[in-house]
Every structure is written in C-alpha cells, then in structure tokens.
Design a protein around this ligand. Structure first.
Ligand code: BGC
Ligand code: BGC
Length: 642
C-alpha cells in the first residue's frame, strides 16, 4: 500500500498518468543498432520457403516455449514446439545428480524429436547459465555478476563466456538466458547480484564481453563448436523499479530509460546477441510484455533488432485481459516466443483460436516465426551434429575451475585493512601492532568461523542447482571448495593451524580470526528486502566479531552478499573487511587474498555504491547529492611490497 501511494505520488508529480505515458514519447531519439548481422537473401529465402509450407499449427507451435518438466520429446514432435527450457531446479528425470552425459542424452532426445516433425525444424533449448552452467551438478560456478562488475575485466569476461559456453554446449544446449543487463539502482532488489553495476557503462562493457565469449570467437555466426545464442534481459528497466521491487514499476522518463537502461542493449546486441527477454516489470504503469511501444516501435523498428523477443516465465499472465493460457496482447505487442512453462498446450489452442478470430493477424504470426527461424538458421541449428558437441569432460574441468578462482580473486573488494587495535585489558596483545592485519602470515593459529565459512550455499548464491540456491546437500556442489577448505589447504601448505571452535575449547587463543558471514541464498523476488541493514537479519556475526575483538584477537571479516549492505557494526569490530559478493565454487580464492599467495593483490573496485546507513537504500554514483559510505570505484590494495 505504501508503495502504491508513493507510486501514485511520483507519477502524479511527473504529470503523467500511470496508464498513458504517451505525451512524452520520443521514438526519434533511439538510434539504430549496428549489429554484425545483415538480412542475408539466402537466409530470408530459406525462411520464406519454410513459411510457405508451414501450417498454422506448425507456426504457432514455434512461438511457444514449454518447460521440460511439463513437455516430453513426444510433445515437441506432436505440437511442433519451437523451444523448451529447463528452468532453475529442473534436471533430467527430475534428478539433480544427473551427469553431464545424462543431460546430453536428454537434450539429444528432444532435438531428435523436433527433427521428426514434418518439416524437421530443430528445437531451441534454453537454460539460465547465469554464473556458469549452474543447473548442472559438477559444473564450474563463477562469481555472480555483481562480483564480476567489481573485477571489471573485459578479457576475463570473455574467457568466462567461453568456459560457460563450452560447459553448456557439452550438454547439448544452444541457448543461455544471459547476460542480464539490468542496471540495478536500488539494492533492496532481490536481483541486484545479477547486475554488473549501477553504472550503465560498466554493464555495457561486461555484458558485451561475456556475450562475445558465449558466442565463441569474435564471430557472430555461432558456427564454432561450443557457442551459445545469448539473451539480453530483461528488456527494459528491470533494475530501475520503485523501491527495488522485483517485477515492479520503473518510473523514469524516456530519456533516462534510454541512456541508463538501454545502453547495454545497444552494446550487447551490436556484439551479436540474438534474443531479448521481455521484463516482468512495467514502465510507468504499463507492463513490458504488453506494450508495443518498447517491444515493437523501439526495439524492432527504431533499433532494428531482427532476432527474437522471448517472454519471461508466464510474464504475459499479468497483462490486463490476459491469462496464463491465453494472451493475444503480448504477441501483438511484439513477443515472438511466449514462455508458457506448464500450460503451453492450452496456450497453443487459444492462440490458434485468436488467429482464427483475427485477434492476432496471420501476418503477425508469420513475422514472429520468421524471427524465430532466423535465429535458428543463423545459429546453425539446422546443421547441428550431436556427435560434434564439446566433450562432457569440459564440465567442471580443472582449467575452468582455475579461471573461476581467478575471477573470484579479481572480484574481491578490500574495504578496510588496519592494524589491530591493542587492548590494554589483554595480556598478550598482538605483537606487531603497526602492520595492517592483512595479509595474514604463515605459522599462526587462525580461527575460521562464521555462518559462511563452510557454507557453499551462501558462497554460491541463488541460481545454483536449484532456482533459489537453497535445499542443496553437499553432493550438489561436486568439485567445489568452501572458503574454510580453501584456507585449510593453504595453511597446510605454508604452515600454521586452522581452528574452527569460536570458544577455543581445545586450542590456544588464536592469533587472528577470519569470520566469514553473509546472506542466505535467494533468487528474484525472494530476495527483495525492505531495508539493507545487515545485522537486523543476522546479529550473531557481529556479536562474534565484537566478542573476539574485545578479547584483543585481530579480526578479518569476509562478507558474502548479493549487494552492498549496511554493516557499520561489523566494520567497527573488524580490523579488515573484504566484500566477497557471491564468489562461486572456488573458495580457494579467498585464501589467496588473505595470504597474498602468488603475489596476489586486490583488483576489485566497487561497482555499486556502499550505503552509509539504513536510511540510504539507493545511493548511486550519478546522484546530485552523493554521500555513500564507500563510492563506486573504491577498493584498497596491499602495500606494493607485499
Ligand atoms: C523455475 C525458474 C523460474 C521461476 C519463475 C521456477 O519454478 O524453475 O526457472 O525462474 O520458477 O517463477
Ligand atoms: C526469470 C528469468 C529466467 C526465467 C527462466 C524467470 O523467472 O525472470 O530471468 O530466465 O525465469 O528461468
């Protein structure tokens, strides 16, 4: 209710009706794309030939994407489905422990079923490979985007794209619903960690670089082995919603929508991204899925995007007059392929009826199918050879894990590093009081504790095997290393002792404490928060830091989170503080940073402003009055001689 009122007030003060943003529209201000693709006569002729032969049922089938839990290979054949997805927490036979070979077998069955249709039009399989091929147990898990934005290294992004594409293609999948190009502006949003930065320029640079890597080579033709079709999502303004509400309303004017939220689309589509996913959110009261202005007038006509527009998970359902099972409005607005995970069958029947009654024109159907076929042809799907997929052994390979460790190393941001404060009440005060607490020395007793120390769920975040990244037993993280394991491994190599009991019942008082703590995993609206004050959600971690600190034990805080949060209490009781985001499967990266092994030094810089207090939910680098605790670009380094 509060949000609704604020929404109405803001809309009112901008002198626009929520339902009708028309008065300020300025399509002429949106320049055309400059993509590597041209409308090739041979491709268009091939599409024409197919369209001439296709029945209406075959065409409408192409326009629907079902979920594998609700559509079998036989359904693909019988209903001419154009696409399936495996959503978060969806695996072959519902078995999370399916091997890469199991995935490969299943994707092969669906592919072959599509070839059994009258015109043998291959199906597209889409998956959320958003931080590696994250639905597959044993795959390499890279840091989530917020950490990659802090690393801010285009070359690294390209390599991550390559590795992810190889692991995904090895399971027979051609299409990832990535990169997310959201420019998250209010960090209370549950998808902030899927955003590279609050700064559109960083989002554009990272999105482009990973898309290039996912495509393979710097070529747009996707014909190399191990290349994916990419998705720019969620078009548009998903990161700009009021109060950071997921699927909420973005109230900016059109010029801000274009310059802030669209610039990464220009960059990434120009790098060859062929699909765009519509956003669940609204722009000034109008649902994106139902609005022809942004999907058709701008994206297709002004920008000249000629790939396919995909709806989000039942994203059409929320449009006035639509239902999960039927929605002419979304198709007429410009959604070419509708994601209807479960109720795809009735959606097909209802859409057929809409064409018969004229609610959707035959020309619009042809246009949508043309765009779908164009993407399939450009991606080389008609020539797909199941015997030429990358070997399943690339999934979670040592090379990819080394790359993920490097990515995690580069993503860490050092917010504080001071000499431990000697406490007079303590007999054995730290020996060297002038040196900053980090890097840690060898041959010490190190307490490693906190709710994130040995917790791969907190370390890898949402979109990990399951949709929410919750309910994962240890076997779901096959091949991963927790932060505690990483530290123990390093310490056993360089000398010293790791203890984990915070009461030191069986050990001497530790020389230093590394406390790893942070948010539990979440995805999408599950992660929306009313405020960002961390210790309102977890008081134990700062109490632990405080207790250790008061005992005179130097403390290092490692914070795992999907966003900056207010951590004043924790900062106060930590001599060093590392923002580690959601670093992924390679917990050894944290040890590298703590001990400065292999000449490690911090490269990460904040790509999001760090809030000062709970009143400050959304400081952003381009605010007129900008008073964050740490600004964008902030990040300390070790002194050069370390
Ligand atoms: C799916 C996810 C999807 C979500 C949307 C889940 O059941 O597995 O992939 O994003 O629903 O609500
Ligand atoms: C999310 C998308 C995702 C889709 C499929 C939706 O809930 O918003 O980002 O690609 O589900 O899992």
């Amino acid at each position: 209710m509060r949000q609704l009122l604020i929404g109405l007030l803001l809309a009112g003060s901008a002198a626009i009706g929520t339902a009708d943003p028309l008065p300020t529209l300025n399509p002429g201000a949106w320049p055309a794309l400059d993509t590597p693709f041209r409308a090739l006569p041979q491709v268009e002729a091939r599409i024409d030939a197919l369209l001439r032969r296709m029945t209406l049922e075959e065409k409408v089938g192409q326009m629907v994407q079902a979920e594998i839990r609700f559509a079998s290979p036989a359904d693909v054949r019988d209903f001419h489905l154009g696409s399936v997805l495996s959503g978060g927490g969806s695996w072959p036979d519902g078995n999370p422990l399916s091997s890469p070979e199991d995935w490969r077998r299943l994707t092969g069955e669906y592919h072959n079923a599509s070839l059994e249709t009258r015109l043998s039009i291959p199906l597209l399989w889409g998956v959320d490979a958003v931080h590696g091929h994250n639905n597959v147990v044993g795959a390499t898990l890279f840091p989530h985007n917020i950490g990659l934005g802090a690393a801010n290294n285009a070359r690294l992004m390209y390599e991550i794209g390559r590795a992810t594409a190889l692991e995904t293609a090895a399971t027979g999948i051609d299409w990832t619903f990535a990169p997310t190009l959201a420019v998250a502006r209010d960090d209370r949003w549950g998808r902030t960690y899927e955003s590279y930065s609050e700064d559109p320029a960083t989002v554009a640079r990272m999105g482009t670089a990973i898309a290039r890597g996912l495509h393979g080579a710097q070529e747009p033709d996707n014909s190399v082995t191990g290349s994916l079709i990419t998705t720019a999502k969620h078009f548009i303004g998903d990161g700009g919603t009021l109060a950071g509400t997921d699927r909420g309303d973005t109230l900016t004017n059109e010029s801000t929508l274009r310059t802030r939220h669209a610039s990464a689309y220009y960059a990434t589509l120009n790098a060859g991204t062929q699909t765009v996913m519509a956003s669940f959110s609204s722009w000034r009261g109008a649902k994106l899925h139902g609005g022809s202005y942004l999907l058709t007038t701008i994206l297709r006509e002004r920008m000249g995007f000629d790939g396919l527009v995909l709806g989000d998970w039942n994203g059409h359902e929320v449009i006035d007059g639509c239902k999960i099972r039927s929605c002419a409005t979304a198709i007429n607005a410009g959604v070419d392929m509708v994601m209807v995970p479960e109720h795809w069958r009735s959606f097909i029947y209802n859409t057929l009826e809409d064409v018969v009654t004229g609610a959707i024109s035959a020309a619009r159907v042809d246009e949508a199918v043309r765009r779908i076929l164009r993407v399939k042809i450009r991606a080389g799907l008609f020539e797909k050879d199941l015997d030429k997929l990358p070997s399943a052994s690339v999934v979670g390979s040592p090379e990819h894990r080394a790359l993920a460790r490097e990515a995690a190393r580069q993503s860490l941001v050092l917010l504080k590093n001071e000499p431990p404060i000697p406490d007079q009440r303590i007999k054995h005060a730290p020996t060297s009081v002038r040196e900053p607490v980090l890097p840690l020395r060898a041959n010490q007793t190190i307490l490693v504790a906190g709710n994130g120390a040995d917790d791969l769920a907190r370390q890898t975040g949402g979109w990990t095997v399951t949709w929410q990244g919750t309910d994962n037993p240890r076997v779901h993280y096959r091949g991963a290393t927790s932060i505690l394991e990483g530290i123990s491994e390093t310490v056993s190599r360089i000398g010293g002792t790791v203890v984990t009991d915070t009461k030191f019942r069986k050990s001497a008082t530790p020389d230093v404490a590394v406390i790893v703590f942070g948010e539990e995993p979440y995805t999408e609206f599950f992660g929306d928060r009313e405020h960002l004050e961390y210790n309102k959600y977890d008081r134990k971690s700062w109490r632990l830091l405080k207790r250790l600190h008061r005992k005179g034990i130097p403390t290092v805080a490692v914070f795992l989170s999907g966003r900056p949060m207010v951590v004043s209490q924790e900062l106060l009781h930590a001599d060093a503080f590392i923002a580690a985001w959601l670093p992924g499967s390679e917990g050894g990266a944290i040890a590298d940073a703590l001990f400065a092994t292999d000449d490690f030094n911090f490269a990460g810089r904040l790509s999001f402003s760090w809030p000062k207090d709970a009143e400050q939910a959304a400081p952003n680098f381009d605010d007129d009055v900008y008073l964050p605790l740490f600004p964008v670009g902030y990040g300390l380094r070790y002194a050069a001689n370390n």
